[in-house]
Design a protein around this ligand. Structure first.
Ligand SMILES: Cc1cc2nc3c(=O)[nH]c(=O)nc-3n(C[C@H](O)[C@H](O)[C@H](O)COP(=O)(O)O)c2cc1C
Length: 194
């Protein structure tokens, strides 16, 4: 009935919402890198975890400045997201090279991306080495959204879609379809035949 999956295990955990990690680097530049391996981890303190490869320049920049912005771009910006994730701030000034417009943050040094749907301003609380990644726990100091793209329950998906990362250069949108779960009710469904 089940068979071992032939792809990489984490493909089964995608698509996932991608954030663009903005940092200030030892070379004095602002650097931007997409990270799909991110998740909220705590409400009090408000915190998210982001897994960053040890070899990336962003890892150096986070250790240098201790703060980050997380910008959430829309599906329309997939090309930019892919470019930011396939080049390194060690080699290129991504902001200048790709003409990314930035917006000042209120509480942290790294700016956010002007086109973003939302921007979280964060500071590094702690970090853990896990294999080739460093898992950064980031405290959210401020969350800002672009006018008209979200209500108190999140993005207004009838008008915008944050970019979800599939695999490689493929991205997905989120449609407005939703289902309300019935409270306290579950009708048994049969498992599909083999
Ligand atoms: C859509 C997308 C998502 C990515 N997610 C991650 C991630 O969660 N963690 C990570 O370490 N690298 C991730 N990467 C790879 C980095 O973004 C990539 O290595 C980048 O070039 C690092 O840039 P930097 O050296 O300027 O920090 C992703 C790449 C793409 C295109």
């Amino acid at each position: 009935m089940f068979r071992n999956y032939i792809g990489r295990f984490y493909y089964l955990l995608h698509p996932r919402l991608t954030v663009i990690v903005g940092s200030v680097c030892p070379n004095g530049r602002v650097n931007l890198m997409p990270a799909s391996w991110n998740t909220p981890v705590s409400e009090e303190p408000p915190a998210v975890a982001v897994a960053i490869d040890s070899s990336s320049y962003t890892r150096e920049c986070l250790d240098y400045c201790g703060e980050a912005t997380l910008s959430i771009l829309s599906l329309e910006d997939s090309d930019l997201i892919y470019l930011l994730g396939t080049t390194s701030g060690r080699d290129v000034d991504k902001v200048a090279q790709y003409g990314v417009e930035l917006v000042d943050s209120v509480d942290v040094r790294p700016p956010g991306i002007k086109r973003a749907l939302a921007i979280l301003e964060t500071r590094v609380l702690s970090k853990y080495q896990v294999g080739e990644s460093i898992l950064y726990i980031l405290q959210v100091l401020r969350a800002r959204v672009r006018e008209g793209v979200a209500d108190r329950y999140g993005y207004t998906l009838s008008t915008v879609s944050p970019a979800l990362h599939g695999v490689g250069r493929y991205f997905y949108g989120v449609g407005p379809r939703r289902e309300a779960a019935r409270r306290g009710e579950y009708r048994h469904k049969t498992t599909p035949p083999e």
